[in-house]
Write a protein that binds this ligand. Structure first.
Ligand SMILES: Nc1ncnc2c1ncn2[C@@H]1O[C@H](COP(=O)(O)OP(=O)(O)OP(=O)(O)O)[C@@H](O)[C@H]1O
Length: 725
């Protein structure tokens, strides 16, 4: 077994490029015995041939097809495909041309334009005789022309034989093909029933352009620029396109389902990503269409089962995306909220994150399970503190252990302030500090499953002389740990099946950086887990399928490398059957025994340390949201009172309704709401007569955001009352 710190990399192969925060040394290529190491600068070693090859590769004059063997092969394949396709395309174009010509002739013979003009000016009855005469005349002309053409063909056939007929047929079909060729944006050129669209876009980019137009992602006269041709990647087809100027990739991500419909695939099969960084820009889109449902196969085992130990500072293998790329989740410096309706895989997700920490013997674990089942039983043999159950005594135990942790955070900051700059350069824990037994500041994870059980506990308690509930106090303790803990090495992982704003107040939610939403009931719950307005940006966990257990939307912390890549991604978490979970816990215990770091509950010691609870209460700001009820400013308070439950249930509220309910002056109301950060928008609302009318109003999401902001401002402000006491 490899012991931690012996220099052996514990990672399993194929990881996503997510760097562990805090890593200080870049890994280098290994140097083997007797290997010659050249230390001349690279530029001096280049030969003439290499320089020529470089300028050939970089030249804009050289067509891409001639730049590499692979590009040449692709170009040859494209030419071959074009040649094979062209007879079918020609026949199709002739057919379309014939339809176009018949339509044109029909309009002409029926005097369509004249008839339409007469109809519009309501003079059809007056002009009827005239139109009929003209129609008859045009029929006669058509008949005469047809007879003349037939006569000419007959004569030509008699004089020159079949050749003349072939020439006429050839010229005629070319003319029809020209008339029937597809023109960008030309209406009426598309077959009404085009047959199955799936994958035709891989052969014909025009189909892709049409799909973007049908999904209203580009205008009728706009087109796409192909950056990379359709190519096989994994079990699907990928293509990279540039949108027309001013169109945004973010809008394509937002309307992914419309594009999936236009391409005739299920939306779980369509992955749309913005190409970022070098070679990317706001209008460059990468599309990947899976051949079949990417989450339908057997679940994947976690790679953590194949490693002896794990470094908690490294992102933990969490799952795979639709393209089977491994998604790793950084835990140190960030905090995780997992939300979902029951039986979707919350516990599994939390256990996966926990596994990376269990397999690092220098990590201390506090595990509280509000469900009280046996999901977390196996972890008892490694944890420092363990609570399992939903009774008052369990909530009290959670409170005591969290108080212990808050005191520990305070003590760590005090100790870090005394360390010299070389050991602790910023007031932040480092990998070396976290592993030094003398400093006693290991990475400490607080993992709470079914956290709502503890947060909703209504038992009355006195905190700092003020009345509050046990649940509110636990919220305050967790909010403190989430705010101050990360720099002191505290990791908080919360899982809940009730992700509503009452259960997890915004003062706690807003500090949880990473979010993972498995299937939830509706877009509001999804936004509560993933963040405001995420549904309007194309991320809505209520659209996930019930059969897709363990599939959720991951929004990594924006501060981590994973978060910098993209706003959010759909991830299928690894599967960890109970025996695997037990094996990981047993390995975690063996590692701790070997490293001498087994402590607390796992070592048979459940006593809490003596804590100066007054200092803790002071640190929380005489703690508690309940002791400091947030008083909303007017007119926000009146709006909230008027909307009641509707603030979570409605999406939009018309200004007229609010002005009437609040009996206020519209211009004053608009100004006050503007000062609170709420700007009105126009939206269609149904009227009593069943029609939709466009009215001015506010998004409830904006109103909720304003409440959160006030809430945060009040709770982060120093509590003078508490300080005085
Ligand atoms: N990644 C996965 N792949 C396949 N199946 C999974 C995955 N994760 C979870 N499941 C399945 O979903 C079921 C529910 O998982 P889990 O117990 O983690 O859900 P939960 O949301 O915690 O449920 P509860 O709310 O009852 O605690 C499990 O029995 C498991 O079979």
């Amino acid at each position: 077994m490899n012991a931690p710190g012996d220099g052996v990399d514990p990672a399993v192969n194929g990881g996503a490029p997510v760097a562990a925060p805090g890593r200080e040394v870049e890994p280098a290529e290994p140097v083997y015995d007797a290997e010659l190491v050249e230390d001349w600068p690279v530029a001096r070693r280049r030969t003439f041939r290499q320089r020529l090859a470089r300028s050939w590769q970089r030249s804009r004059l050289v067509p891409v097809a001639f730049k590499s063997r692979q590009a040449l092969k692709q170009a040859a394949r494209d030419v071959l495909a074009w040649l094979l396709r062209s007879p079918f395309r020609f026949v199709g174009a002739v057919g379309r041309g014939a339809v176009v010509m018949v339509r044109v002739w029909r309009r002409w013979v029926r005097v369509h334009d004249y008839r339409e003009a007469a109809e519009q000016s309501e003079k059809l009855a007056d002009k009827f005789v005239e139109i009929r005469a003209l129609t008859l005349f045009r029929w006669k002309v058509s008949g005469a022309v047809l007879a003349a053409v037939a006569a000419v063909l007959l004569v030509a056939d008699l004089l020159y034989g079949n050749v003349a007929l072939w020439i006429v047929a050839g010229v005629g079909s070319v003319a029809l093909a020209v008339a029937g060729r597809r023109k960008d944006g030309a209406p009426g050129r598309k077959a009404v029933l085009a047959g199955p669209r799936t994958l035709t876009w891989t052969m014909d980019p025009q189909v892709l352009v049409d799909a973007f137009r049908d999904a209203k992602l580009i205008g009728k006269d706009e087109t796409l620029r192909l950056v990379e041709r359709a190519a096989r990647i994994g079990d699907g087809w990928a293509v990279t396109v540039d949108l027309p100027a001013t169109r945004k990739a973010a809008d394509v991500i937002k309307h992914r389902d419309a594009l999936a419909s236009a391409l005739a695939v299920d939306e779980v099969q369509l992955i749309v990503e913005r190409v970022r960084g070098r070679g990317g820009h706001a209008g460059r889109v990468f599309l990947w269409v899976a051949d079949e449902d990417p989450y339908a196969g057997p679940p994947l085992r976690t790679p953590l089962l194949d490693v002896e130990w794990w470094d908690a500072w490294r992102p933990v293998p969490f799952g795979r995306d639709a393209r089977q790329r491994r998604i790793d989740l950084p835990l140190v410096w960030t905090l995780l909220l997992v939300g979902a309706i029951p039986r979707q895989g919350k516990t599994m997700a939390a256990r996966l994150a926990a596994s990376g920490l269990i397999l690092d013997p220098h990590t201390r674990l506090y595990v509280f399970d509000g469900k009280g089942g046996k999901d977390w039983k196996a972890v008892e043999e490694v944890v420092h503190r363990f609570v399992c159950g939903d009774g008052v005594e369990h909530a009290e135990a959670v409170r005591d252990y969290l108080v212990e942790l808050v005191a520990e955070v305070q003590a760590r900051y005090a100790r870090m302030a005394e360390l010299d700059d070389e050991v602790c350069p910023e007031s932040k824990i480092t990998p070396a500090i976290s592993r030094d037994p003398a400093l006693n500041m290991p990475i400490t994870a607080v993992i709470i499953d079914e956290v709502q059980v503890f947060l909703e506990n209504p038992t009355k308690v006195l905190v700092g002389g003020k009345k509050t509930t046990l649940g509110e106090y636990i919220v305050d303790l967790l909010a403190y740990l989430a705010r101050k803990g990360p720099a002191a090495g505290i990791v908080v992982i919360l899982a809940t099946q009730r992700p509503d704003s009452q259960t997890i107040p915004s003062r706690l939610r807003s500090v949880l950086g990473s979010r993972f939403a498995l299937r939830v009931m509706d877009w509001r719950d999804s936004n509560i887990v993933l963040g405001e307005q995420m549904n309007t940006r194309g991320y809505d966990a209520s659209t996930l399928l019930p059969s897709h257990k363990g599939v959720g939307i991951l929004r990594p912390d924006g501060d981590t490398d994973a978060g910098a890549e993209s706003l959010a991604m759909t991830v299928w978490t690894y599967y960890m059957a109970n025996p695997d979970w037990q094996a990981i816990c047993a390995r975690g215990r063996a590692l701790r025994e070997a490293a001498g770091t087994l402590s607390g509950h796992a070592a048979g010691d459940d006593t809490t340390c003596a804590i100066d609870s007054a200092a803790v209460v002071k640190a929380l700001g005489a703690g508690s949201g309940s002791a400091r009820p947030v008083e909303l400013p007017e007119p926000l308070a009146a709006v909230v009172r008027h909307l009641g439950e509707g603030i979570d249930q409605r999406e939009f509220v018309p200004t007229a309704e609010l002005v009437e309910a609040l009996e206020t002056e519209p211009s004053v109301f608009a100004r006050q709401m503007g000062e609170l950060g709420c700007r009105p928008i126009r939206q269609y609302v149904p009227t009593e007569d069943g029609e939709a009318r466009r009215v001015r109003g506010y998004l409830t999401a904006d109103i909720r955001a304003a409440i959160e902001q006030v809430d945060d401002e009040i709770n982060s402000a120093p509590n003078t009352e508490a300080d005085e006491s």
